[in-house]
Structure formats: structure tokens, C-alpha cells
Design a protein around this ligand. Structure first.
Ligand SMILES: NC(=O)c1ccc[n+]([C@@H]2O[C@H](COP(=O)([O-])OP(=O)(O)OC[C@H]3O[C@@H](n4cnc5c(N)ncnc54)[C@H](O)[C@@H]3O)[C@@H](O)[C@H]2O)c1
Length: 449
């Protein structure tokens, strides 16, 4: 049971929530689950990408049959599980009407925790083409805010030369419950050298993945989820967290390294540990992070330095060592790097200048690194969690916490596993066409979303 569910089932929690007129938030669908109702596929133009990708996923789909049509309360007849719109043929502003016509009934007709996914080409071409590509972003963000019952909206920009095999891990992630807390987001998928042939339940089988800050919270969930996906976890955390770290490592069948990531030799220590295993290093998830909140007027040099060092500089130093081809136990070709940003960093948050600097910095770091390591098949991305139910956020006073956790389109805090699932998607070898980007796992946080 999540902290939120506990809050609602505890007597004082129930009383306060009821008094404040707060409704119980919708239950989200999680894990490798598919929508229950039909997947409806709508076309704008004659693109075949979505159709072929759904076939690759082994999902059957229907064409939209909109009863009553027009402007008189149209619907899809029965509740649908997902609407996938192939808008790769969208080039003219007038065609946005076709999108409205298929989206409108879906907003009411979608099941609990259903999905609306629009697939389009990124901004390119003449003025009008570039304009409509951008218009889709506004539509997606708004649909995300209007959907009810835990349903989400996603916009996928797919490069014209990308194939269904390049899109398969992404569309699978978005339709499945793994993307429960990703809402109102848009990202871009490019063509990869070796397009995938389908989804796997154990995409990380036998691959070594380092997770920093793994002793608790989101890091422990990342270790658990990636181990479920087959990864051999190297769990890293500071020595005082040694016991909790060992428990996590044992639970997931991995190994533990007690290490302060700000140590000058942190990268070398990680590499030496991996080298002893005799297996290549596939991925590093830079999850360890701290907050030292104060209004800027009260932020001294120590508060500033510690947050920047743990959340940003340490990550860059470790990456440099692990990317050096001379490092034994360094990152293999085709490897993955993932940083953890934060919606606070992207949107700015009172009392968190140091934290925001570090987390916006992570977004800058992945964008800067991505092109430089692309020739080695390495992808570098970040996830930006919003309000996630952890020990850290559990310490916020109830009323304030309730405001934070409800300030998003899904009216609840996310779970650590929601962040972990998104990282699992990025680590999937099939997610090769995605680099230098940030995916928010924030339920479409209303702050700067
Ligand atoms: N919880 C949220 O709502 C939220 C929101 C946005 C971003 N994040 C980010 O997600 C990450 C995990 O957050 P969490 O809520 O699980 O935090 P947490 O405080 O529960 O866990 C962080 C872990 O990192 C470890 N750590 C800290 N400094 C370290 C160091 N120098 N070397 C090695 N390990 C170190 C800690 O010991 C701890 O186990 C952080 O980067 C955080 O900034 C969290």
C-alpha cells in the first residue's frame, strides 16, 4: 500500500481528506499490463507506422467507429482501452480537425488508466508542417489535463526514417502500465542501426547495471525493477547505509559497493568492481541525490557545494572515467547512462536554487553528452520525477504533502517503481533511438509541466 493509500485509509487521513473535500485519487494500472478494452487505431493521412508497430507488439486493434459522429455527443460505442493516432501524415493545419474528431469521443470513452497516444513526425519541412508538429504538443498537454480516471496522453515524435522496430519498445512502454505516472509528455525516437523485433519481459537479461543511491527509496525500486527485467545489479550507496544496501543487493541477487560517489576515485572503484565480475558494464543509473533546501538569501557555500557535487559533478566525473576506453570495467559499446533530474529543477522551486541548478544541470549534461557517445551506440538520457512517495517526501507535513501530491493531472503522488519502470524502458536495448532527452515521471505536474 502506498503512503498515499495509507494516508487515506488511516482515520486522521480520511477525516482530513474528507473535510477538505478531497476525492480518493484514481487507481493507476501498473506493470506489464495492457489496456483492458480495445485499442483503437485512427489514421491521419496514410501512414502505416502505428499499424505495423502494433502488429509487432502482437496487439490487435480496431478502426474507429464513432457512433453519432459530428457534434452530438459522439462516442466509440463501448469503452475503449486506448486510442493510438497515427498522425505521421499530418502536414496541414486544416488536418488538425481530423485529430479533434477522433480525440473528442476518446476523452470520455476511454477506460480507467487508458491511453491516448499520438504518433507524428518531428518538426521539419515548410512553415505549415513545422507549425502543426508544434500544435500537437499543445493538444497533448491539454488532453493529458482533461483526461480522468488515471488515463494518460502521450505524444511520440518519430523520425521519418524510423521503422516499427525502432518504435516498438516505446509504444509498448506507453500502452503498458509501466508508464502509469508519465503523462502529457512528448519525446522523440530516431532510427536505430538494428531495429527490434518485438518486446521482451527480460530485456536486461545478464546485463550489469550500476545503480547509485540504491539503499532505499527510488534507488531501491530501480534495483528491484531492473533485476526483474534480468539485470545483474551493482548497488552503490554511502557506508552509513551499508546494512540497507546489503539487504537490497541480496534481495535482487546483486552485489553491493559501499562508496561515496563524491570520492575522487569513485569512477575507478566502480570500474574495478565491475571488472572483477568479468562481465561488461552495460549501464549506470545515477540516482543518488540529496537536498539541502534554503531560500537563496540563506544559502551558504557549503549547502551549495554539497548538492552540486553529489547531484551533478560526481555524475560527470564518474561518466568520464567509465567512458574512457582505457578503463577496464568501463561502459561497453551500446551501453546506457541515465541521470535523475527533477521537475523542481526544470520548473524552478522556491528554496531549492542549489537543487534546481543540479537537476537542470543533469538535463544539460545528458543533452551535451549524447552526440559525443552516439558513435559508440551509447545512449544518455534522464528522467525527471515529480512528487514521488518516498521517505524523503514522507517527512513533509500532511497538508503540504497533500497539496504537492495532488498538483498533477493524476491527483496523486507517483511510486518509486514508476520512476524505475521508465528507467527500465530507457535501458531496454530496443530503446536505441532515444538519446539526450528527459522524460518526466510526474503525472503531468502542474508546476512547469
Ligand atoms: N522523491 C521524490 O519525490 C523525488 C523527486 C524528484 C527527484 N528525485 C530524485 O530521485 C533520486 C532518489 O530520491 P529518493 O527520494 O529516493 O531519495 P532518498 O534520500 O530516499 O535516497 C537517496 C539515496 O542516495 C544515497 N546517497 C546520497 N548521497 C550519496 C553519495 N554521496 N554517495 C552515494 N550515495 C548517496 C542516500 O544514502 C540514499 O540511499 C534523487 O536523485 C532525488 O533528487 C526524487
Amino acid at each position: 500500500m502506498s503512503a498515499l493509500e495509507k494516508a487515506f485509509t488511516s482515520k486522521p487521513g480520511k477525516a482530513i481528506a474528507a473535510k477538505a473535500g478531497l476525492k480518493e485519487p484514481p487507481r493507476l494500472r501498473r506493470g506489464r499490463t495492457w489496456p483492458e478494452g480495445a485499442i483503437v487505431l485512427a489514421q491521419i493521412g496514410d501512414g502505416t507506422l502505428a499499424r505495423r508497430t502494433l502488429s509487432l507488439l502482437g496487439r490487435s486493434f480496431e478502426s474507429p467507429v464513432i457512433d453519432d459522429g459530428g457534434d452530438s455527443a459522439p462516442g466509440y460505442g463501448s469503452r475503449i482501452g486506448a486510442l493510438v493516432v497515427d498522425a505521421t501524415g499530418l502536414t496541414r493545419i486544416a488536418q488538425l480537425e481530423e485529430l479533434r474528431a477522433v480525440l473528442r469521443p476518446a476523452v470520455r470513452g476511454i477506460e480507467r488508466a487508458g491511453r491516448i497516444v499520438v504518433i507524428a513526425h518531428p518538426s521539419a519541412g515548410d512553415w505549415e508542417q513545422r507549425t502543426v508538429a508544434r500544435a500537437l504538443d499543445g493538444i497533448n498537454r491539454t488532453v493529458g489535463k482533461e483526461l480522468r480516471g488515471g488515463a494518460t496522453a502521450t505524444l511520440l515524435y518519430v523520425e521519418p526514417d524510423a521503422s516499427p522496430g525502432d518504435l516498438v519498445s516505446t509504444l509498448g512502454f506507453v500502452l503498458q502500465g509501466r508508464s502509469a505516472f508519465v503523462d502529457g509528455q512528448a519525446w522523440t525516437i530516431a532510427a536505430a542501426d538494428q531495429p527490434a523485433e518485438g518486446l521482451s519481459d527480460r530485456p536486461l537479461d545478464g546485463r550489469v547495471v550500476v545503480v547509485t543511491g540504491a539503499a532505499r527509496g527510488i534507488g531501491a525500486a530501480i534495483a528491484t525493477t531492473l533485476a526483474r527485467d534480468g539485470a545483474r545489479i551493482v548497488a552503490v550507496d554511502i557506508p552509513p547505509a551499508g546494512q540497507a544496501l546489503a539487504e537490497v543487493a541480496n534481495r535482487v541477487g546483486g552485489t553491493a559497493v559501499q562508496l561515496d560517489i563524491t570520492a575522487p576515485d569513485a569512477g575507478a572503484t566502480i570500474a574495478a568492481h565491475v571488472a572483477r565480475s568479468g562481465l561488461p558494464l552495460y549501464a549506470v543509473v545515477h540516482n543518488a541525490g540529496i537536498t539541502r533546501d534554503k531560500m537563496l538569501a540563506n544559502t551558504d557555500a557549503d549547502r551549495w557545494a554539497s548538492v552540486i557535487d553529489v547531484n551533478l559533478s560526481a555524475q560527470m566525473r564518474i561518466n568520464e572515467v567509465l567512458l574512457d576506453p582505457a578503463t577496464e570495467g568501463g561502459l561497453a559499446e551500446g551501453g546506457r547512462l541515465v541521470g535523475i533530474a527533477s521537475t523542481s529543477g526544470l520548473a524552478g522551486n522556491k528554496g531549492q536554487t542549489n537543487y534546481a541548478a543540479s537537476k537542470a544541470g543533469v538535463a544539460g549534461l545528458v543533452a551535451a553528452m549524447a552526440p559525443d557517445v552516439a558513435s559508440r551506440g551509447i545512449t544518455v538520457n534522464a528522467v525527471a520525477p515529480g512528487f514521488i512517495e518516498t521517505e524523503m517526501t514522507g517527512r513533509i507535513p500532511f497538508v503540504q504533502r497533500e497539496i504537492f501530491r495532488r498538483s498533477n493531472s493524476l491527483s496523486q503522488g507517483g511510486r518509486p517503481e514508476d520512476v524505475a519502470e521508465t528507467i527500465g524502458y530507457l535501458l531496454d536495448p530496443r530503446s536505441q533511438g532515444l538519446t539526450g532527452q528527459v522524460i518526466r515521471v510526474c503525472g503531468q505536474n502542474h508546476v512547469g509541466a
